[in-house]
Design a protein around this ligand. Structure first.
Ligand SMILES: [Fe+2]
Length: 342
Protein backbone atom coordinates (compact mmCIF):
# COMPACT_ATOMS: atom_id res chain seq x y z
CA UNK A 1 0.00 0.00 0.00
CA UNK A 2 1.34 3.45 -0.90
CA UNK A 3 2.07 6.06 1.75
CA UNK A 4 -0.78 8.41 0.79
CA UNK A 5 -3.17 5.46 1.03
CA UNK A 6 -1.92 4.50 4.48
CA UNK A 7 -2.20 8.13 5.63
CA UNK A 8 -5.78 8.27 4.31
CA UNK A 9 -6.72 5.14 6.25
CA UNK A 10 -5.13 6.41 9.46
CA UNK A 11 -7.03 9.69 9.17
CA UNK A 12 -10.31 7.89 8.37
CA UNK A 13 -10.07 5.28 11.14
CA UNK A 14 -11.34 7.31 14.16
CA UNK A 15 -14.68 7.84 12.37
CA UNK A 16 -15.42 4.15 12.91
CA UNK A 17 -16.44 5.09 16.45
CA UNK A 18 -18.74 7.90 15.39
CA UNK A 19 -22.05 8.19 13.53
CA UNK A 20 -20.18 8.36 10.18
CA UNK A 21 -22.08 6.10 7.80
CA UNK A 22 -20.69 6.64 4.32
CA UNK A 23 -18.99 3.67 2.67
CA UNK A 24 -17.94 5.81 -0.26
CA UNK A 25 -16.58 8.80 1.65
CA UNK A 26 -14.71 6.88 4.35
CA UNK A 27 -12.15 4.33 3.12
CA UNK A 28 -12.08 2.44 6.44
CA UNK A 29 -15.86 2.13 6.76
CA UNK A 30 -16.00 1.23 3.06
CA UNK A 31 -13.08 -1.22 3.16
CA UNK A 32 -14.08 -4.53 1.57
CA UNK A 33 -11.38 -6.40 3.52
CA UNK A 34 -12.39 -4.96 6.89
CA UNK A 35 -16.06 -5.53 6.21
CA UNK A 36 -15.31 -9.12 5.22
CA UNK A 37 -13.78 -9.42 8.68
CA UNK A 38 -17.00 -8.06 10.19
CA UNK A 39 -16.35 -4.33 10.72
CA UNK A 40 -19.82 -3.17 9.68
CA UNK A 41 -21.56 -6.05 11.45
CA UNK A 42 -19.73 -5.21 14.67
CA UNK A 43 -20.53 -1.50 14.42
CA UNK A 44 -24.22 -2.31 13.93
CA UNK A 45 -24.35 -4.81 16.80
CA UNK A 46 -22.38 -2.62 19.22
CA UNK A 47 -24.44 0.50 18.41
CA UNK A 48 -27.66 -1.49 19.00
CA UNK A 49 -26.42 -2.77 22.38
CA UNK A 50 -25.34 0.71 23.49
CA UNK A 51 -28.69 2.19 22.43
CA UNK A 52 -30.51 -0.47 24.43
CA UNK A 53 -28.61 0.55 27.57
CA UNK A 54 -29.17 4.25 27.05
CA UNK A 55 -32.85 3.64 26.34
CA UNK A 56 -33.17 1.76 29.64
CA UNK A 57 -31.98 4.91 31.41
CA UNK A 58 -34.53 7.13 29.61
CA UNK A 59 -37.40 4.60 29.88
CA UNK A 60 -38.77 5.75 33.28
CA UNK A 61 -39.18 9.28 31.86
CA UNK A 62 -41.38 8.16 28.96
CA UNK A 63 -45.15 7.54 29.15
CA UNK A 64 -45.59 3.77 29.65
CA UNK A 65 -48.12 3.33 26.84
CA UNK A 66 -46.04 5.27 24.31
CA UNK A 67 -42.94 3.36 25.37
CA UNK A 68 -44.68 0.01 24.83
CA UNK A 69 -45.89 1.11 21.41
CA UNK A 70 -42.44 2.31 20.47
CA UNK A 71 -40.79 -0.91 21.64
CA UNK A 72 -43.23 -2.91 19.53
CA UNK A 73 -43.40 -0.75 16.38
CA UNK A 74 -40.37 1.55 16.27
CA UNK A 75 -42.58 4.64 16.18
CA UNK A 76 -45.24 6.44 18.18
CA UNK A 77 -48.25 8.36 16.87
CA UNK A 78 -49.68 10.95 19.28
CA UNK A 79 -52.88 12.78 18.35
CA UNK A 80 -53.81 16.32 19.45
CA UNK A 81 -50.18 17.09 20.20
CA UNK A 82 -50.43 20.90 20.40
CA UNK A 83 -52.96 22.78 22.53
CA UNK A 84 -55.85 23.85 20.23
CA UNK A 85 -55.24 27.61 20.61
CA UNK A 86 -51.53 27.32 19.78
CA UNK A 87 -52.32 25.11 16.76
CA UNK A 88 -54.77 27.70 15.45
CA UNK A 89 -52.18 30.49 15.83
CA UNK A 90 -49.45 28.41 14.14
CA UNK A 91 -51.76 27.61 11.20
CA UNK A 92 -52.72 31.25 10.84
CA UNK A 93 -49.07 32.38 10.92
CA UNK A 94 -47.84 29.93 8.32
CA UNK A 95 -50.73 30.83 6.01
CA UNK A 96 -50.14 34.59 6.21
CA UNK A 97 -46.51 35.38 7.12
CA UNK A 98 -43.74 34.80 4.57
CA UNK A 99 -40.50 33.57 6.21
CA UNK A 100 -36.97 32.88 4.93
CA UNK A 101 -36.88 29.53 3.15
CA UNK A 102 -34.35 27.12 1.64
CA UNK A 103 -35.12 24.31 -0.79
CA UNK A 104 -33.65 21.02 -1.96
CA UNK A 105 -35.07 19.17 -4.94
CA UNK A 106 -35.24 15.38 -4.93
CA UNK A 107 -36.84 14.33 -8.22
CA UNK A 108 -40.39 15.64 -8.37
CA UNK A 109 -40.32 16.58 -4.68
CA UNK A 110 -39.11 19.84 -3.22
CA UNK A 111 -38.09 19.73 0.41
CA UNK A 112 -38.48 23.23 1.85
CA UNK A 113 -37.07 24.14 5.25
CA UNK A 114 -37.70 27.27 7.28
CA UNK A 115 -35.95 27.84 10.60
CA UNK A 116 -38.24 28.56 13.52
CA UNK A 117 -38.04 32.25 14.49
CA UNK A 118 -36.92 33.56 17.88
CA UNK A 119 -39.55 36.26 18.38
CA UNK A 120 -42.83 36.23 20.29
CA UNK A 121 -44.67 34.41 17.49
CA UNK A 122 -46.58 31.14 17.74
CA UNK A 123 -43.96 29.48 15.54
CA UNK A 124 -41.23 30.53 17.96
CA UNK A 125 -43.07 28.81 20.79
CA UNK A 126 -42.65 25.49 18.97
CA UNK A 127 -39.05 25.50 20.29
CA UNK A 128 -40.56 25.21 23.75
CA UNK A 129 -42.89 22.43 22.63
CA UNK A 130 -39.94 20.30 21.44
CA UNK A 131 -38.17 20.83 24.77
CA UNK A 132 -41.20 19.78 26.83
CA UNK A 133 -40.06 16.73 28.87
CA UNK A 134 -42.83 14.46 27.51
CA UNK A 135 -41.79 15.33 23.96
CA UNK A 136 -38.00 15.55 24.38
CA UNK A 137 -37.80 12.26 26.32
CA UNK A 138 -39.91 10.47 23.74
CA UNK A 139 -37.63 11.73 20.95
CA UNK A 140 -34.54 10.78 22.99
CA UNK A 141 -35.94 7.30 23.62
CA UNK A 142 -36.65 6.80 19.91
CA UNK A 143 -33.17 8.09 19.01
CA UNK A 144 -31.57 5.74 21.52
CA UNK A 145 -29.84 8.72 23.05
CA UNK A 146 -31.17 11.93 24.53
CA UNK A 147 -29.81 15.32 23.50
CA UNK A 148 -30.89 18.21 21.39
CA UNK A 149 -32.79 17.96 18.11
CA UNK A 150 -32.35 19.91 14.92
CA UNK A 151 -35.81 21.40 14.53
CA UNK A 152 -37.40 23.28 11.65
CA UNK A 153 -40.58 23.90 9.71
CA UNK A 154 -40.56 21.49 6.78
CA UNK A 155 -42.81 21.61 3.74
CA UNK A 156 -42.87 18.82 1.18
CA UNK A 157 -44.06 20.16 -2.16
CA UNK A 158 -44.77 17.47 -4.74
CA UNK A 159 -45.48 18.15 -8.38
CA UNK A 160 -45.65 14.78 -10.17
CA UNK A 161 -44.96 16.46 -13.52
CA UNK A 162 -41.79 18.24 -12.39
CA UNK A 163 -39.12 15.55 -12.42
CA UNK A 164 -37.89 12.02 -11.86
CA UNK A 165 -39.23 9.78 -9.06
CA UNK A 166 -38.24 10.86 -5.55
CA UNK A 167 -35.24 8.82 -4.23
CA UNK A 168 -36.71 8.97 -0.72
CA UNK A 169 -39.68 7.00 -2.05
CA UNK A 170 -37.38 3.94 -2.14
CA UNK A 171 -37.65 1.86 1.04
CA UNK A 172 -34.58 2.48 3.22
CA UNK A 173 -33.02 2.82 6.66
CA UNK A 174 -31.42 6.22 7.35
CA UNK A 175 -28.23 4.83 8.86
CA UNK A 176 -26.70 1.85 10.70
CA UNK A 177 -27.88 2.70 14.24
CA UNK A 178 -30.96 3.95 16.13
CA UNK A 179 -31.71 7.57 15.26
CA UNK A 180 -34.90 9.63 15.48
CA UNK A 181 -36.98 11.84 13.26
CA UNK A 182 -40.24 13.45 14.20
CA UNK A 183 -43.05 15.21 12.36
CA UNK A 184 -45.83 17.24 13.88
CA UNK A 185 -48.24 17.36 10.95
CA UNK A 186 -50.08 20.67 11.04
CA UNK A 187 -52.84 19.64 8.62
CA UNK A 188 -54.54 16.37 7.71
CA UNK A 189 -52.39 14.04 5.59
CA UNK A 190 -54.55 11.71 3.51
CA UNK A 191 -53.61 8.31 2.11
CA UNK A 192 -52.87 9.90 -1.29
CA UNK A 193 -50.92 12.88 0.11
CA UNK A 194 -47.62 11.22 0.96
CA UNK A 195 -48.36 9.85 4.45
CA UNK A 196 -45.76 8.46 6.86
CA UNK A 197 -44.91 4.89 5.79
CA UNK A 198 -42.94 2.54 8.04
CA UNK A 199 -42.35 -1.19 8.52
CA UNK A 200 -43.55 -1.80 12.09
CA UNK A 201 -40.92 -3.61 14.17
CA UNK A 202 -38.09 -3.03 11.67
CA UNK A 203 -36.15 -0.93 14.22
CA UNK A 204 -35.29 -4.23 15.92
CA UNK A 205 -31.99 -5.82 15.01
CA UNK A 206 -33.00 -9.38 14.12
CA UNK A 207 -30.28 -11.98 13.35
CA UNK A 208 -31.55 -11.90 9.75
CA UNK A 209 -31.18 -8.10 9.63
CA UNK A 210 -27.63 -8.33 10.96
CA UNK A 211 -26.73 -10.91 8.30
CA UNK A 212 -28.28 -8.65 5.65
CA UNK A 213 -26.31 -5.63 6.94
CA UNK A 214 -23.15 -7.71 6.69
CA UNK A 215 -23.99 -8.67 3.11
CA UNK A 216 -24.78 -5.08 2.07
CA UNK A 217 -21.53 -3.77 3.55
CA UNK A 218 -19.51 -5.86 1.09
CA UNK A 219 -21.06 -4.23 -1.95
CA UNK A 220 -22.16 -0.78 -0.69
CA UNK A 221 -19.00 1.11 -1.72
CA UNK A 222 -19.48 0.13 -5.35
CA UNK A 223 -23.25 0.57 -5.39
CA UNK A 224 -24.67 2.63 -8.24
CA UNK A 225 -27.19 4.10 -5.81
CA UNK A 226 -25.46 7.07 -4.10
CA UNK A 227 -27.73 6.82 -1.05
CA UNK A 228 -26.91 3.14 -0.58
CA UNK A 229 -23.18 3.90 -0.97
CA UNK A 230 -23.59 6.69 1.60
CA UNK A 231 -24.73 4.11 4.16
CA UNK A 232 -28.47 4.62 3.93
CA UNK A 233 -29.24 1.10 2.76
CA UNK A 234 -32.09 0.57 0.32
CA UNK A 235 -34.08 -2.61 -0.10
CA UNK A 236 -37.07 -3.89 -2.02
CA UNK A 237 -40.34 -4.51 -0.21
CA UNK A 238 -40.38 -8.21 -1.12
CA UNK A 239 -37.11 -8.64 0.86
CA UNK A 240 -38.74 -7.61 4.16
CA UNK A 241 -39.96 -11.09 5.08
CA UNK A 242 -36.43 -12.50 4.63
CA UNK A 243 -35.32 -10.06 7.33
CA UNK A 244 -38.02 -11.26 9.71
CA UNK A 245 -40.25 -8.19 9.29
CA UNK A 246 -43.88 -7.69 8.27
CA UNK A 247 -45.07 -5.43 5.42
CA UNK A 248 -44.75 -1.67 5.00
CA UNK A 249 -47.74 0.21 6.37
CA UNK A 250 -49.00 3.71 5.61
CA UNK A 251 -50.32 6.02 8.27
CA UNK A 252 -52.58 8.85 7.10
CA UNK A 253 -53.13 11.18 10.06
CA UNK A 254 -55.37 14.08 11.06
CA UNK A 255 -53.76 17.50 11.55
CA UNK A 256 -52.03 18.09 14.92
CA UNK A 257 -50.57 14.57 15.02
CA UNK A 258 -47.03 13.97 16.26
CA UNK A 259 -45.12 11.02 14.77
CA UNK A 260 -41.80 10.05 16.36
CA UNK A 261 -39.86 7.24 14.71
CA UNK A 262 -36.55 5.41 14.90
CA UNK A 263 -35.51 5.70 11.27
CA UNK A 264 -33.11 2.77 11.58
CA UNK A 265 -36.45 1.08 10.89
CA UNK A 266 -37.35 0.82 7.21
CA UNK A 267 -39.48 3.62 5.86
CA UNK A 268 -40.05 5.65 2.74
CA UNK A 269 -41.83 8.67 1.47
CA UNK A 270 -45.03 7.68 -0.34
CA UNK A 271 -45.29 9.01 -3.87
CA UNK A 272 -48.06 11.46 -4.40
CA UNK A 273 -49.96 11.11 -7.66
CA UNK A 274 -51.32 14.63 -7.46
CA UNK A 275 -49.74 17.99 -6.58
CA UNK A 276 -49.40 18.03 -2.81
CA UNK A 277 -48.12 20.45 -0.19
CA UNK A 278 -47.75 19.38 3.43
CA UNK A 279 -46.13 21.31 6.25
CA UNK A 280 -44.91 19.91 9.53
CA UNK A 281 -42.74 20.83 12.43
CA UNK A 282 -39.89 18.45 11.74
CA UNK A 283 -36.77 17.42 13.59
CA UNK A 284 -33.80 15.08 13.60
CA UNK A 285 -31.97 13.66 16.59
CA UNK A 286 -28.78 11.83 15.69
CA UNK A 287 -25.72 11.56 17.88
CA UNK A 288 -22.65 9.37 18.25
CA UNK A 289 -24.13 5.89 18.86
CA UNK A 290 -21.08 4.55 20.70
CA UNK A 291 -21.10 6.77 23.79
CA UNK A 292 -22.40 5.13 26.97
CA UNK A 293 -24.11 8.24 28.30
CA UNK A 294 -27.25 10.13 27.29
CA UNK A 295 -26.81 13.84 28.04
CA UNK A 296 -23.66 15.97 27.65
CA UNK A 297 -24.60 17.55 24.36
CA UNK A 298 -22.87 20.88 23.70
CA UNK A 299 -25.57 21.63 21.14
CA UNK A 300 -28.09 21.60 24.00
CA UNK A 301 -26.57 24.67 25.68
CA UNK A 302 -28.86 27.72 25.99
CA UNK A 303 -28.87 29.98 22.91
CA UNK A 304 -27.18 27.33 20.74
CA UNK A 305 -29.87 24.68 21.27
CA UNK A 306 -32.59 26.39 19.22
CA UNK A 307 -30.32 27.70 16.50
CA UNK A 308 -28.93 24.58 14.86
CA UNK A 309 -30.78 25.28 11.61
CA UNK A 310 -29.83 28.99 11.62
CA UNK A 311 -26.14 28.04 11.85
CA UNK A 312 -26.44 25.32 9.22
CA UNK A 313 -28.32 27.45 6.70
CA UNK A 314 -25.99 30.43 7.21
CA UNK A 315 -23.09 28.13 6.31
CA UNK A 316 -25.01 26.92 3.21
CA UNK A 317 -25.42 30.57 2.15
CA UNK A 318 -21.70 31.20 2.63
CA UNK A 319 -20.86 28.17 0.48
CA UNK A 320 -23.28 29.30 -2.21
CA UNK A 321 -21.64 32.75 -2.27
CA UNK A 322 -18.27 31.07 -2.82
CA UNK A 323 -19.73 29.11 -5.72
CA UNK A 324 -19.51 25.81 -3.81
CA UNK A 325 -22.06 23.01 -3.86
CA UNK A 326 -24.94 23.28 -1.37
CA UNK A 327 -27.71 20.94 -0.27
CA UNK A 328 -30.22 23.70 0.51
CA UNK A 329 -30.57 26.73 -1.73
CA UNK A 330 -31.83 30.04 -0.37
CA UNK A 331 -35.13 30.95 -2.09
CA UNK A 332 -35.92 34.12 -0.11
CA UNK A 333 -38.95 34.84 2.07
CA UNK A 334 -42.08 32.91 1.08
CA UNK A 335 -45.13 31.32 2.63
CA UNK A 336 -44.62 27.77 3.88
CA UNK A 337 -47.30 26.51 1.51
CA UNK A 338 -46.02 28.28 -1.66
CA UNK A 339 -45.39 26.32 -4.88
CA UNK A 340 -41.95 24.92 -5.83
CA UNK A 341 -39.34 27.71 -6.20
CA UNK A 342 -36.43 25.63 -7.54
FE1 LIG B 1 -35.26 8.40 5.54
Amino acid sequence: MSRPNIARLVLAAPAVLTAEKSFRRNPVIGSHDLNKKGLHRRRVALAARMAERRRAAIAPLVDADERARFDRDGFVIRHDALPADLLARVREEIATRPRPAWEMRQGQTVNRVQPLPHDGSALASLHTFVRRPDVANLIGYAAGRSGTTLTMLQTIVVDPTSGEPDPQAHLHADTFHPTAKFWLFLHDVGADEGPFAFVPGSHRLTPERLAWEDEQALSATASGDPHHAAGSFRLEEHELSRLGYGPLEKFPVPGNTLVVADTYGFHRRVESLKPTVRTSLYGISRRNPFMPWNGLDVRALPYVRDRGMDFYLASEDRRAKQGRKVVYKNVGSILAGAGQQL
